[in-house]
Design a protein around this ligand. Structure first.
Ligand SMILES: [Zn+2]
Ligand SMILES: [Zn+2]
Length: 340
């Protein structure tokens, strides 16, 4: 099990986050935002594997690359594409889908499930390629269940609305299901010798009481062996935060810290240097020092900076990393950027 991730786009340009959750049995792909040029570093097959496209908000620098994504996926035959975003997402995506001439679509596969995150409810519309993406098929609203947006077999996706001036920006957190491993100490305690039978203990298809395993002439139930040998550890988690401004010490800050606590990897915007706090407040963005404080207070595993303003030089970008690292030493810039 693993969460693989990559920041897309260059320093000072539009950025996005590509994530693959590898459960061992399956690989599921997510894309967080889709600004201009961000798909250039993915192969077409990787773009066509993205099952979940999650937008933080719809300022141009987060959606300008969508046409390229849509072109590769509008008539995907195997499974729907799910799009997540804040208020207005269903309307906005409907306009994007209909922004082309459709006259050869009647037999095309392709289904898009567009989901909108409100403060208290989740709204959903389905769009079909064979109908030229109109009309949208509205589904019943669902009440929100805490931060949970969607539960997969090996992951859960959470979302929170953060303030970005007069609009919301969605912060996302992807959490792997807890991992189950064989405890070597328990193996020794029970004098069990390792062998292919261990795979059956982990295999969910084996039933607790009916499946039997022969070990050293004894016949033992899978359920009993699981209780003896398996240890559960939390899965990895990854948070994606961009385009927001939250002041330290406010209730909104405390709630954000609580939600992020223990996150393995925090990918966060870092639009401005600490000295440019006036600009940051004006444009509802964070500064490098604040991002470092957020990571430190939440006790995350590591902080990855992205969405740095193009007003700065490459030396400035490295110094922004240092400004964040003063508060949280495990701060890095995406390695692909090649900055010191
Ligand atoms: Zn932005
Ligand atoms: Zn923005």
């Amino acid at each position: 099990m693993a969460i693989e991730w990559q920041i897309l786009g260059r320093a000072g340009a539009d950025n996005a986050l590509h994530v693959v959750v590898d459960s061992g049995q399956s690989r599921e792909s997510f894309l967080f935002d889709c600004g201009e040029g961000v798909l250039d570093s993915l192969r077409p097959g990787e773009v066509q594997s993205v099952a979940y496209l999650a937008f933080s908000h719809f300022h141009m620098d987060h959606v300008s690359g969508f046409d390229g994504f849509f072109r590769l996926n509008y008539n995907r035959p195997d499974a729907p594409v799910t799009v997540w975003g804040p208020a207005g997402t269903m309307d906005l995506m409907g306009h994007r889908f209909r922004g082309f001439v459709w006259n050869l679509h009647a037999d095309q596969p392709g289904e898009w499930i567009v989901r909108e995150i409100g403060p208290t409810s989740l709204s959903t519309s389905r769009f079909l390629a064979r109908e030229a993406f109109t009309p949208p098929h509205r589904q019943p609203d669902q009440p929100r269940n805490g931060a949970l947006l969607q539960q997969g077999r090996s992951w859960r996706l959470e979302g929170r609305l953060l303030p970005h001036g007069s609009i919301d920006s969605v912060a996302y957190r992807l959490i792997e299901a807890p991992r189950q491993n064989i405890d070597p100490a328990a193996m020794q305690r029970h004098n069990y010798l390792p062998g292919p039978w261990l795979r059956r203990i982990i295999d969910a298809a084996e039933t607790e009481e009916e499946s039997l395993i022969e070990i050293a002439g004894r016949s033992l139930r899978v359920g009993e062996l699981r209780r003896e040998l398996l240890v559960t550890s939390p899965g990895a988690s990854l948070a994606y935060l961009t385009d927001f401004r939250v002041e330290p010490g406010t209730p909104a800050w405390e709630e954000l810290v609580t939600w992020l606590t223990g996150t393995t990897t925090l990918v966060c915007e870092c639009q401005y240097r600490a000295a440019d706090i006036v600009l940051a407040r004006q444009n509802a963005h964070m500064t490098a020092d604040l991002v470092g404080r957020l990571a430190a207070e939440a006790g995350v595993g590591r902080l990855v900076l992205q969405h740095l303003s193009r007003r700065y030089s490459s030396e400035d970008w490295s110094e922004m990393r240092d400004e964040a690292a003063q508060f949280f030493p495990e701060t890095v810039l995406p390695p692909e950027w090649g900055l010191r």
